[in-house]
Design a protein around this ligand. Structure first.
Ligand SMILES: [Zn+2]
Length: 417
């Protein structure tokens, strides 16, 4: 299979430094190869990649093959061919920013502490493209949350669509590559990824769902090392919230009330309201309740996840919602047994749990969130079970359990919570 050089990831005219464009193409090819390979799992494929820095890539082809195998559990053989060098304009022109960061279009929780930092420094933000359905929501969110007198590059990146949403499994590689290329090209050494811990780990939530590695710390480390080796760029990637849950990230922000303007929903059902029943909405609602930041569910969400009966949703939505509700069992298992049963590959989870015990903290947040919701709303029902029935699978000492867990984790890992 031969792939010619496409328009670059930004949909704009090339770069001044071909090495970054080569790297960006390599990322696209890895993503594309994974997509193609999913359909034919049996035999390894050979892919020819045209690059301008042939020698550099050819010398290091093994590390790309190893990375691909690590990422996708599949093997592929990369061959490189040389294409002629030509000079292109810089994507963003000249700017002098202190760091590069990447937020979702909805400026979710991780952006809030960084907004505090924007007041003293300048960062490049991600924004959805004008043609994207989230654009208007995102623009409104940005206008409300970013200080008016502060200069922020409002670029026309369309990373959400270039990341190919249905291919969630490895979209993080696309996001990271863009961050690294933009930073390196402009001599910015600091790259900040403001995802919180559970999101970064991307633990498996059901038997059919693998960790997406969207911002998985192992992926970030491996891919950044490869990038630095190939390009000689001096870059440091920071993940300041990796040991924090969403609740904690919101709590630590001086601007936490801005959360009411932000947007977490991943389905964008109804531009004026979040859906309330996707994973992003559900985790957002529980995380806010866990720290007594109460959002008005009726006015902000299309559905209240605590009031879903079997006839409320279409079958396709219902299937997704059931998977979501299964997470309550998953979180319960983490809290009660410190292990996961049946629906998760045991070994994989245990490795995650050992490495990232933040899952326990997160699971406790979720149950404290349910409990706090029920303080004022005891008529709720999820798929025929009262929320109390879900909660009763954990005993009523949940707050005490959470406190103990935090103390233990703080002692062991020195986390500031
Ligand atoms: Zn949603």
């Amino acid at each position: 299979m031969t792939i010619s050089r496409p328009k670059n990831t930004y949909g704009l005219e090339g770069r001044n430094f071909p090495i970054y464009e080569d790297f960006s193409d390599m990322q696209r090819i890895i993503v594309g190869a994974h997509k193609g390979e999913s359909k034919q799992k049996t035999k390894p494929t050979k892919i020819l990649v045209p690059v301008e820095n042939f020698k550099k890539f050819n010398e290091n082809k093994q590390i790309f093959e190893e990375f691909f195998e690590w990422l996708t559990d599949r093997q592929i053989q990369f061959e490189f061919s040389e294409i002629s060098k030509h000079k292109r304009p810089m994507i963003f022109g000249d700017f002098n920013f202190d760091f590069v960061s990447l937020f979702s279009g909805g400026l979710d929780s991780g952006s809030l502490p960084l907004i505090d930092e924007f007041r003293n420094s300048r960062g490049l933000l991600h924004h959805t493209h004008t043609s994207h359905r989230m654009y208007h929501v995102a623009r409104e969110v940005y206008q409300k949350c970013i200080p008016k007198n502060h200069k922020i590059s409002f670029s026309n990146l369309d990373l959400e669509s270039t990341a190919d949403i249905p291919l969630l499994h490895i979209r993080g590689v696309t996001f990271l590559t863009n961050l690294l290329c933009i930073a390196a090209e402009h001599g910015i050494t600091k790259v900040i990824i403001p995802e919180n811990g559970p999101l970064m780990i991307n633990y498996p939530v059901a038997s059919t769902v693998s960790p997406t590695r969207t911002a998985n710390p192992d992926m970030i480390q491996k891919w950044t090392e490869i990038f630095k080796k190939i390009t000689n760029a001096k870059i440091k990637v920071q993940t300041p919230f990796i040991n924090k849950t969403k609740s904690e990230v919101i709590l630590m922000s001086k601007t936490k009330t801005l959360i009411e303007h932000t947007w977490s929903c991943s389905t964008s059902q109804g531009i004026s309201k979040m859906c309330g029943i996707c994973m992003a909405c559900f985790v957002r609602i529980l995380s806010l309740y866990a720290i007594d930041l109460d959002e008005n569910i009726n006015s902000r969400y299309l559905y209240n996840p605590f009031k879903i009966s079997s006839s409320t949703l279409k079958e396709s939505r219902m299937t997704t919602f059931r998977i979501l509700i299964n997470c309550l069992e998953f979180w319960k298992n983490i809290i009660q047994h410190d292990e996961i049963k049946n629906n998760i590959e045991k070994e994989r989870f245990e490795n995650l749990a050992k490495k990232y015990p933040i899952l326990e903290k997160f699971s406790l947040d979720m149950y404290v969130g349910i409990q706090n919701y029920l303080k004022n709303n005891n008529d709720s029902e999820i798929l025929g079970k009262t929320s109390m029935e879900y909660l009763n699978i954990i005993d009523n000492k949940i707050l005490e359990m959470r406190q103990k867990a935090l103390q233990r984790l703080r002692k062991k890992y020195g986390w500031i919570t």
